[in-house]
Design a protein. Structure first.
Length: 213
């Protein structure tokens, strides 16, 4: 009686391995081709990068309860001229002068992005403290961008337009904001670190820690 012995034969051609056995032909990707395919699939599944938020002039929204919310690309005066007392903490806060001296010598190439909510208690406390620190070290106003946004779950209503809701979301998405206020420090366009809500130590100490990394 004759015995038939099947001998597997592999032929590699480009990205396919051809497997011949017992009269059948099987095709399989090589490991490198499989890795390339996986990478391509992951790239295709990745969400597109967020688009930089469009410039939005200052908007002052008066709520039904009589309170005000300031939205848009803002500077300090835009907030304090519309919401009385918003900067009260500026006059109460006393930064550590030693730390301010260290900060002042490390500012070359530094810029800041601040995302705040005028309705937010953390922003109300920490942003005026930041202003006090920046004034103390002579930080140039033109090196800081400030965005005043709405609540993350805000919806359009009779006083808040969908445009403003969408703009606030675009700012949060672009800067990956998880909480406000967020103070983001950059050098030459590269993020060095950020403070979100309350600092670990103090505004000035946390900024210095970021610069020392």
């Amino acid at each position: 009686m004759k015995r038939v012995i099947s001998i597997p034969v592999f032929i590699v051609a480009g990205s396919l391995a051809v497997h011949l056995i017992a009269g059948s032909v099987l095709f399989a990707q090589t490991p490198q081709a499989a890795a390339d395919t996986t990478a391509a699939q992951q790239e295709a599944a990745a969400p597109p990068p967020a688009t930089a938020p469009a410039y939005l002039g200052v908007k002052v929204i008066e709520k039904p309860d009589g309170s005000k919310v300031v939205l848009g690309n803002v500077v300090r005066e835009d907030i304090i001229s519309n919401i009385a007392g918003w900067d009260a903490e500026y006059f109460e806060y006393a930064p550590d002068e030693t730390i301010l001296g260290e900060l002042g010598g490390r500012l070359e190439g530094i810029s800041l992005v601040v995302v705040l909510g005028t309705w937010c208690s953390d922003s109300h406390e920490q942003v005026p403290r930041l202003w006090k620190v920046l004034d103390g070290i002579g930080f140039p106003e033109e090196s800081m961008k400030t965005f005043a946004v709405e609540r993350a779950k805000a919806v359009a209503d009779t006083v808040l337009t969908q445009e403003l809701v969408d703009w606030s979301k675009s700012v949060r998405d672009y800067y990956a904001i998880k909480a406000v206020e967020s103070i983001i420090m950059y050098r030459g366009g590269t993020e060095l670190g950020r403070i979100a809500e309350a600092p670990a130590k103090s505004i000035e100490a946390d900024l210095l820690d970021i610069l020392k990394r």
